[in-house]
Design a protein around this ligand. Sequence first.
Ligand code: BES
Ligand code: MN
Ligand code: ZN
Length: 498
Amino acid sequence: MNVHLTTTPWATAAGDWLIVGIFQSLPSSGQLTALDDALGGQLSRLREANDLTGKSGELLALPAPPGIVAKRLLLVGLGAVEDLGEATLDRAMTAAARHVSTKKCEKVAVVAPDADCPGLPLERRVQILVAAFGVGCVGQDLYRAEKKRFAIGELEVLVEPARDRVALSAAVEAGVVLGEAINLARELVNEPARTMNPECFAARAAELARACGVHCEILDQPALEQERMGSLLAVAAGSDRAPRLVYLEYNGASEGPRLALVGKGVTFDSGGLSIKSNDNMLTMKCDMAGAATVLAALVAIARLKLPVRVIGLMGLVENMTGGSAMKLGDVLTARSGVTIEVLNTDAEGRLVLADVLDYAVSRGADFLVDLATLTGACVVALGEEVVGAMTNNQAWCNTLLAAARQAGEDMWQLPMHEHFAKLIESDVADIKNVGGRWGGAITAAKFLERFVCDKPWVHLDIAGPAFASSDKPFREAGATGCMVKTLVELARKFPSNI
Ligand code: BES
Ligand code: MN
Ligand code: ZN
């Protein structure tokens, strides 16, 4: 998608579509009045008939509108102007993009909403809009001959002539980078496990890192053995696919604290010998979403040349059954020396992250964030749309919550009281890998906490939001690319936000 800014008056913008955001109960003025005039008062009549309300998410398509140059007009509800936030604008614009991308479009003109919205500066609005169009035009039909969605050839963003073009061009660029990063995460997750195995993921990471000037190291099986990653290796043991650990390093600054992003990359989670039911296994190609998010965020951070030091680590394994699979009752020795009794081979994500978090600290991580599709319990607690946050450091968690709010992504903190740690004490080893029925998202986090060496750390459980079970007007089913925006936002302000 080719994106550019213009100051073309709306009514004269050419293209397959002209897309205009409409605020609720905001009297028409300026170009909106001019558009209404060009349309012979049609907008006013639609408003009077209550067919055009501006309610957030409302879409009204007018084919072949007389009096304007574009072939079709799409009116998009943006809600009340004083409420306009990142999430509402993103959802409205993604819905619009999804509406127009069901057919091939050479050119689409979209108006950057220019009303006075205190909470959201115009540059920010342009960035959100451009990213939303990038994401909304791409579906999950990687392997369908007959595509359901089509990329837009050219996106023209209409802005008022008096605006700061330099700042807006930077916003367009950031929007393109973000949209592409989200789509990268989605593509990696949507790709079936048959092709997206640890080796393939690592190769892709290396290629992407090279293209954006990020240092990349790949640890293969012998290297992981050398590092004594007994916990990660035990998960990989049941699979014919060898594990990998990807280490990325981006130095946008020569000094300052190191932000570490760590992702769970289980390319398929069968549950191992504690095998999952068919229904629970169906979507388990998504179990590497944490790793995909870390990779996508790092690529975006590097492309945006943010002045930060970030490392990204991805633990890549396949959790399978087989003659060499880990067994119930096995005791593993993690890289840190902690011994782990395995009581459920389906609680494998924490076994992988235990070694990757520990390795991240030895590679100089000062502040850690891990992302993992870790527990069904988190989905039970918070539903499919909200990310669970757990931490050993409240200030650092507040920073994450603020970044998520800024990025318009929903995140909620779960408690980490000391008594939860009791639930993972083992009689035969230092800890066990499951904590019983209750508080499952938290006992999983308590397990991870053992491996971060008291560094400030936030664990994000994305089991719900990473993969959507059905289409919504504002997003495609399948991988969502959630948290890419939040991580980029976090890095944008790092380290002044700690
Ligand atoms: N990958 C799953 C968690 C998951 C569930 C991700 C649903 C996405 C959607 C994880 O490895 C898992 O199996 N967790 C178990 C833990 C249990 C055995 C303690 C779970 O949640 O049931
Ligand atoms: Mn599992
Ligand atoms: Zn898993």
